[in-house]
Design a protein around this ligand. Structure first.
Ligand code: FES
Length: 127
């Protein structure tokens, strides 16, 4: 049971924080300075990777490559990719998260005008 819980990222041992910052541990992010981004986030948040800050207002969790390596080094804040990040930008991001600022917009409301198949052109949709 422990193996499954610790292997699959969909399972967790701690409650999700109010703002979840996920650090990408993939190779592209590491090559271009992801280790420094992790270090400053841990220092600013006062928690280690895989932990929530006291009170669960925010946390820093481990992520794997999500295929958007062109934005490395990156983190995901509540699922939204933020990157490429410099160390200074990571510090600013962490301080905004700690201050409770909204660093990513909330999910957009469903839009009735959205095409059914967004990979097709608008003219193709209407024909
Ligand atoms: S290695 Fe980080 S997004 Fe691919």
């Amino acid at each position: 049971m422990y193996g499954a819980v610790t292997f699959y990222s969909e399972f967790r041992e701690i409650p999700p924080p109010g703002t979840l910052v996920v650090w990408c541990s993939g190779p592209s992010c590491r090559i271009v300075g992801g280790g420094s981004i992790k270090a400053v986030l841990e220092a600013e948040f006062g928690c280690r990777l895989g932990e929530n800050a006291p009170g669960d207002a925010y946390g820093l969790w481990l992520g794997q490559c999500n295929g958007t390596c062109e934005r490395a080094p990156q983190v995901w804040v509540n699922g939204r990719v933020i990157g490429p990040l410099t160390v200074a930008e990571a510090v600013r991001l962490a301080r905004r998260v700690k201050a409770g600022a909204q660093v990513v917009p909330p999910p957009a409301a469903p839009d009735a005008d959205l095409p059914i198949a967004p990979w097709r052109g608008a003219a193709e949709q209407r024909s």
